[in-house]
Design a protein around this ligand. Sequence first.
Ligand SMILES: O=C(O)CCC(=O)C(=O)O
Length: 291
Amino acid sequence: MKRFECANDGTLSSEMLTAYDSDGYLVLERFFSNTECDSLRERANHLIEETDITALSSVFSTTAHSHAKDEYFQTSGDKIRFFLESESLNESGELKYPATESVNKIGHALHDLDPVFSRFSRSDKLNRLAQQIGYTDPKLLQSMYIFKSPRIGGEVNCHQDSTFLYTDPLSCTGFWVALEDATVENGCMYALPGEHKGPLKERFHRNDNGDLTFTAIEEPDWKAQAVALEAKKGSLVLLHGKLPHLSGANRSDNSRHAYTLHVIDGSCHYPADNWLVRSDDMPLTGFETPA
Ligand SMILES: O=C(O)CCC(=O)C(=O)O
């Protein structure tokens, strides 16, 4: 697996751009400093500590998809909300582990609603990356802090991000940051290199009854072997919106915290039936510092 280190200002070499174009992902080591990574970890812990997560019941699982029925998930596109690991609860629905080890993820508008996440997400370096991969009007659509907790961190099944964050034409890119070393043991990401050149398999959207559902678009013929994207703390992994990717369960004793930001282009149409909706008083913004 190729790994690169870009210039301090986020400038990519032609070799990096070629690798991204052919593989659909790009691993950039030492993109963020340990201090920057730790600031997000501390902030995420703080957000959990000031929330009564024992009152929550929404479990996030990409295998059972039970969250899709929860109003708490459906209306989380412009909020900071906490989703639990399925294995964090006992038979009576009570937490078996400390709060900070029970959360699967926090989403989906940390980048707009929390000052620490906003600053991290709007770094000049990320902005420069977005420009170099072709964005003319980048809009920060979705952010997630993913915990992948020791022993109970759930797998994320194989998906393309444009399935969930659809635009016409497609424009989604994932900016995934390892806040701790991500390894095969603690549930690192995997990707199918080159398969972003094929079709989008399906869309996740609201149907006429208002329910969230998957609709098939085209059956892809994915042949590539999944490659483990092991990534050191501070690495940034760029993920093309049509690149199939996944992450394994974490059965190890080490957590695997990550932060992921999804960007679309404001010049593309954002359908009203996409799952992620924002209220009119919270329009999407770009990498510029909020007023
Ligand atoms: O961090 C993970 O395990 C999965 C993240 C992911 O699939 C994404 O950011 O699109």
